[in-house]
Design a protein around this ligand. Structure first.
Ligand code: NAD
Ligand code: UD1
Length: 358
């Protein structure tokens, strides 16, 4: 019995493999390497001390997926695969809906055909309505969703709805939808981490690249927000904490993959299904808070300039994470200091990410 990890070669997927392995889960990675390289899996193999079964495939390729479900006994799926760049999604909406929405449909069809009915899905805090994020932080799971402002966010919202409708049609599906806030950081070994293509859009990889000398300065998008120092506030969550939330979600759904791995029988039924849960720390930090913490962790100066607000940004966005604690027994434990230290270790050890020729 194995867990199929779609997108397992990517940033969050690769870290989740390490945590799954620590908890004795068997897994298979399925990824088309469109935004990752197999080098991440080689490095995970070193950390966990065993080889990984990897299938180079696209989630939109039903035949290939069927082959995988025929060749392996798949108990459940953790579904990370998808495209995630907000700006790119505005320029290429059809590619985003095809990859994320159509890809998820193909995956769910094959799962249904093979009676594999447990899925953990990577959603995002971006599904919360923008207006509500402004007015009702911290965000709880009952805050209104939809009203998304870009195809990436809309694709996540659509997939959530598809999963909910799937459950209504067949309540033997067991579904956990995790709404991530802002994942940052890296494994403490400094051997795996986030490896963005080109100029990073997100704050932490940009700061890391300034600190390592790849970029001259950080543009701080907006200094006139209604926050403690005028810069945007977000809920940054360490990728290792986030990865552990996936292990908890798999446990919650009652997987047999652990049973087969450690020779025990484990039967449990999720109390709430589909489960929709925020994965954040509940603490908001501003852009300048992160800059200061990063300077301290790295011992490097991070030059910055205050510039205009970025279109589409909001002042504050952070989670109320209490539901995750209640239902999954999960809470974040890592501090902003650790997020910065681990990001810096990864960045300084791997200035060009996984690709030495970049
Ligand atoms: P990532 O790009 O590093 O990983 C995604 C992986 O999916 C990559 O390895 C890519 O090659 C693969 N992939 C993409 N399309 C595929 C397809 N059609 N078939 C097979 N594989 C495919 O991204 P990540 O940061 O690890 O994010 C993982 C998931 O979490 C994504 O669904 C993303 O939207 C979601 N998410 C990420 C963040 C974030 O800030 N990183 C926040 C919220 C939600
Ligand atoms: C972005 C995405 C969101 C996605 C999330 C995942 C947008 C509009 N939103 O959210 O859909 O789920 O990433 O991590 O892209 N900042 C700077 N300078 C920079 C980069 C960022 O000042 O060069 C600021 C931003 O204005 C924001 C904060 O840093 O206040 C965090 O930005 P970012 O890392 O891009 O995340 P989000 O905007 O929260």
């Amino acid at each position: 019995m194995s867990i199929l990890i779609t997108g397992g070669a990517g940033y969050i997927g690769s870290h989740t493999l390490v945590e799954l392995s620590q908890f004795n889960y068997d897994f298979i990675v399925y990824d088309n390497l469109s935004n990752s390289s197999q080098e991440s899996l080689k490095r995970v193999e070193k950390i966990i001390g065993k080889s990984i079964t990897f299938i180079n495939g696209d989630i939109r390729d039903s035949e290939k997926l069927k082959e995988v479900f025929s060749n392996y006994t798949i108990d459940s799926v953790i579904h990370f695969a998808g495209l995630k760049a907000v700006g790119q999604s505005v320029e290429q909406p059809l590619e985003y809906y095809d990859n994320n929405v159509v890809g998820t449909l193909r995956l769910l069809e094959v799962m249904k055909e093979f009676a594999c009915k447990k899925i953990v899905f990577s959603s995002s805090a971006t599904v919360y309505s923008e207006v509500d994020a402004k007015n009702y932080t911290p965000l709880t799971e009952s805050n209104p969703v939809g009203g998304t402002t870009n195809p990436y966010g809309t694709s996540k919202y659509m997939i959530e709805r598809i999963l909910e409708d799937l459950y209504i049609s067949d309540n033997s599906f067991k579904i956990a939808i995790l709404r991530y806030f802002n994942p940052v950081g890296a494994h403490e070994s400094g051997t795996i981490g986030e490896d963005p293509n080109g100029i990073p859009n997100n704050l932490m990889p940009f700061i890391s690249q300034v600190a390592v000398g790849k970029r001259e300065y950080l543009s701080v998008f907006g200094s006139d927000y209604d926050t403690h120092d005028g810069t945007g506030v977000r809920d940054y969550i360490h990728v290792v904490d986030l990865s552990i939330a996936h292990v908890k979600a798999i446990e919650y759904l009652g997987t047999d993959a652990l049973a087969s791995a450690i020779g025990e029988t484990k039967v449990s039924l999720p109390k709430i299904n589909p489960l929709i849960v925020n994965i954040g720390t509940g603490v908001g930090y501003s852009v300048l808070d992160v800059v200061k913490a990063f300077e301290k962790a790295s011992g490097k100066e991070v030059l910055y300039r205050l510039v205009d607000r970025r279109a589409g940004d909001i002042a504050k966005c952070y989670a109320n994470p209490s539901y995750a604690k209640e239902v999954l027994g999960w809470e974040a434990t890592k501090t902003l200091e650790q997020m910065c230290e681990d990001s810096w270790r990864w960045q300084s050890n791997n200035p060009n990410g996984y690709n030495c020729d970049k």
